[in-house]
Design a protein around this ligand. Structure first.
Ligand SMILES: Cc1cc2nc3c(=O)[nH]c(=O)nc-3n(C[C@H](O)[C@H](O)[C@H](O)COP(=O)(O)OP(=O)(O)OC[C@H]3O[C@@H](n4cnc5c(N)ncnc54)[C@H](O)[C@@H]3O)c2cc1C
Length: 275
């Protein structure tokens, strides 16, 4: 029977992760509960972060937003300051699963989960977020663009926990998050895309279309809306490597990725022209 540990400080949580047998961080538990019930996931010791002070804090300054790992996905969706400073990220968090999951799931658990279909990483990649990782050896910052290493593998060491996420303020321009699911509105995406058009560049984060979330960028100079769509479709092509499953085959997912990106780019371009 696994044991549940409830540290009251970050240092204690890090120490537990480095000393216990087969430990696992317990964030919101929304993924853990399902995977344990399915017999896919095993841990001898769960280290629950719920009682560690400060991990539910959100602080906003001129440069961006610093988010504690136990902040809920729902807070990222609804917090007025988060919505104002990083609207693209807030829009992506708003599309995670359903309100019941969003009320419980944590931002730290969301990225640490490392699932290739996650929605928020698409926006975090575009905005150039940084993941703060803590262990008994100290704290280090991992650029989000280096965080997703392989299929369900992140850059976290086994004894490291996500202790924060820093999201730089979104620059002036236009952004869109688009998501398409094939089994239902609240289901995992078959393809999702965050697009930011700012400072003469188009940046695109892709979810669910490859074994890890993907990031591409290109110069926006001289492009009209159709030119931007054409350039975006050419830019994402090498990044597409869909995994066939119950939600669709490879050809379907490639097609849906292109449709999703086209919608997001056209939407952002329209917002830019209308501004
Ligand atoms: C029905 C359902 C539908 C979903 N649909 C979507 C969707 O459409 N889009 C989407 O993006 N996501 C979706 N999700 C995933 C959901 O976002 C994740 O379950 C959630 O983000 C995980 O967060 P959690 O805090 O509950 O993590 P947990 O379940 O607590 O943990 C998940 C993993 O992360 C690790 N972990 C947790 N916190 C930390 C930390 N601070 N540091 C290091 N490791 C940590 C755990 O050890 C575990 O390996 C869905 C989930 C469910 C159950």
């Amino acid at each position: 029977m696994p044991r549940l540990h409830r540290p009251t400080s970050l240092a204690e949580a890090a120490r537990l992760l480095s000393t216990l047998d087969n430990p696992m961080v317990y964030g919101g538990g929304t993924a853990i509960q399902i995977l344990v019930k399915q017999g896919i996931l095993f841990a001898d010791n769960f280290v629950d972060l719920a009682g560690v002070p400060g991990l539910r804090d959100v602080s906003v300054d001129a440069g961006g937003v610093t988010v504690g790992p136990m902040v809920t996905v729902r807070r990222m969706e609804t917090d007025p300051e988060v919505r104002q400073v990083v609207p693209l990220a807030s829009a992506a968090y708003r599309q995670v699963a359903n309100p019941r999951v969003r009320n419980t799931a944590s931002v730290g658990g969301n990225i640490a989960h490392g699932d290739y279909r996650l929605d928020p990483p698409t926006a975090l990649l575009v905005l150039g977020a940084t993941v703060r990782a803590t262990s008994v050896r100290g704290t280090r910052d991992i650029p989000i663009r280096e965080f997703f290493v392989d299929f369900q593998v992140t850059a976290l060491e086994p004894d490291e926990l996500v202790s924060g996420i820093r999201i730089p303020a979104q620059p002036a321009g236009a952004s869109r998050f688009e998501k398409n699911s094939s089994l239902g509105e609240n289901d995992w995406p078959c393809a999702s895309a965050s697009v930011l058009v700012a400072a003469g560049r188009v940046q695109i984060g892709l979810g669910a279309v490859a074994p890890t979330p993907r990031y591409v960028t290109f110069d926006a100079a001289g492009l009209d809306d159709q030119g931007a769509v054409d350039a975006a479709l050419a830019a994402i092509e090498p990044a597409l490597d869909p995994i066939p499953d119950v939600r669709g085959g490879v050809a379907y997912k490639r097609r849906l990725a292109r449709v999703t990106v086209e919608d997001a780019v056209r939407g952002a371009w329209k917002d830019l022209q209308d501004a």
